[in-house]
Design a protein around this ligand. Structure first.
Ligand SMILES: Cc1ncc(COP(=O)(O)O)c(C=O)c1O
Length: 445
């Protein structure tokens, strides 16, 4: 990096502004290392404390991360828009892209008929005074959540799961507070926590959800919030089992110092039962997004929780963005109520299950251990991520390096199965086996 971008400035504010400009211009890209504090201080003729303060400011704003001997590097998705599309290197042309983590567009229900029906029945425009969570939407959401064992007397609506989580963390925590997150866990959540100036404490995950020992250690470390993915954990596919939920509920019971957040983003796509933690702590929230079953562009999630938590989120939204458009709420309601859409979602869930289970089985048949109990991702532990990602790319498959999702977890790669077709599985499994067991698979390196 140092050869390409010269950080400038004689005050900590000017130095951090210079780094931010480099990120904005795309000259400093995710993963680039900043110069060591002492070296930069020497170059700029300032004290090391001045550079350290600049780096601390950038860290608190989530632009950079400091990781021991790896130094200070630009985070994977710093919260600054770049002028160049430098954030994620595009998959190599000609490769199949299994790196993105998106649902299969072919399996999303069509919105056209619902938009047409809404247009036909649209009444007078909604104004500031009458916009809110639609009672009909709340009623259907409440019914569905209650059927899954989530107390839903209090609920509101946010612009997606991540928006809900951001609002929850902002309402309960202060910069510098620690949040327990799954390790490995959803990269966007790690980026969000960093951008809010919060610290992460990783909790190991196995196929049954966050480990009890890990949550206990995080509590001992003083975390103020815990985020748990109910099902289709990203990237491992874990789903919180009945036994794990019971053990975690016992551990968390009555913890008044902790905000418990559950993210059920898979929602209707998950074919395993929900075992919620909701209500185990006095402050809790359960967020269910419509992105995966109905489409990410709908930007809507339902957020249930204790009265004080829901009131904070809804009240804060009222003095800011206001509400989630009732046009969007009506569209989601129309999708929820439509039996043909429910059938399409079930078919999509079956399709994802077949691709994911098929890939895990094909890998097992080749001696490769992989995780993926639910959802659209398969997580494959590997000895070396760069070797595995490169070998797979050379074999025509783009996959995500596990480093985007890990804090202290062991190296792995993430494969999103949503764009796969079943006939692809043997060739992909062969390529993964060669890339992850280079000696047995006689890979050419
Ligand atoms: C763990 C997790 N939560 C939530 C979401 C979806 O969030 P949103 O509702 O903000 O689209 C995703 C999408 O990849 C996810 O992986």
């Amino acid at each position: 990096m140092a050869a390409r971008y010269q950080v400038s400035g004689s005050t900590s504010a000017a130095i951090s502004t210079s780094v931010e400009s480099g990120i904005r211009a795309g000259t400093l890209v995710p993963g680039d290392a900043l110069p060591a504090v002492r070296a930069l201080a020497g170059e700029l003729g300032v004290s090391p404390a001045t550079v350290a303060k600049a780096y601390q400011d950038l860290r608190h704003r989530g632009l950079v991360a400091t990781a021991g001997r790896h130094g200070t590097r630009v985070r994977p998705r710093p919260p600054v828009a770049t002028r160049r599309a430098a954030l994620a290197p595009p998959p190599r042309p000609g490769t199949r892209d299994l790196s993105a983590g998106h649902p299969d567009r072919r399996l999303l229900p069509p919105l056209g008929p619902h938009l047409a029906a809404l247009a036909a029945e649209f009444g007078s425009p909604t104004g500031y005074a009458d916009a809110a969570v639609l009672p009909e939407l709340a009623a259907v959401a409440r019914e569905r959540l209650t059927a899954d064992g989530v107390p839903a007397a209090e609920l509101t609506v946010t612009g997606g799961a991540l928006d809900g989580i951001e609002r929850l963390l902002a309402a309960h925590l202060r910069p510098g507070d620690a949040v327990a997150v799954e390790d490995p866990g959803w990269a966007n959540l790690l980026d969000l926590v960093a951008a809010l100036g919060l610290r992460t404490v990783g909790v190991p995950v196995d196929d049954d959800g966050p480990s009890v020992a890990g949550v206990r250690a995080a509590l001992a470390a003083g975390v103020r919030a815990l985020v748990v993915t109910s099902r289709a954990q990203n990237p491992t596919g874990a789903a919180v089992s009945a036994e794990r939920a019971a053990a975690l509920r016992t551990l968390l019971a009555g913890r008044a110092d902790l905000l418990l957040i559950e993210d059920d983003h898979a929602a209707e796509l998950a074919r395993v039962p929900l075992h919620p933690l909701a209500g185990a702590t006095p402050a809790w929230a359960f967020v269910r997004s419509v992105s995966k079953p109905y489409g990410p562009d709908l930007r809507l999630a339902v957020l249930a929780g204790d009265e004080a938590t829901v009131a904070r989120v809804a009240g804060r939204a009222r003095v800011g963005a206001g509400w989630v458009s009732t046009v969007l709420q009506r569209l989601v309601l129309s999708l929820w109520r439509d039996p043909a859409t429910a059938k399409l979602v079930r078919r999509a869930a079956d399709g994802y299950d077949r691709r994911r289970d098929g890939l895990v089985a094909a890998l097992a048949a080749r001696g490769v251990v992989a995780h993926g109990r639910t959802g659209i991702n398969v997580w494959v532990p590997v000895p070396d991520e760069t070797v595995a990602v490169t070998a797979l790319r050379d074999a025509g498959w783009s996959v995500a390096p596990g480093s985007l999702y890990r804090i202290a977890a062991a190296p792995a790669i993430r494969l999103t199965v949503s764009s796969l077709d079943e006939p692809d599985l043997p060739a992909l499994a062969d390529a993964v086996a060669r890339a992850t067991h280079p000696v047995q698979g006689r890979a050419p390196y």
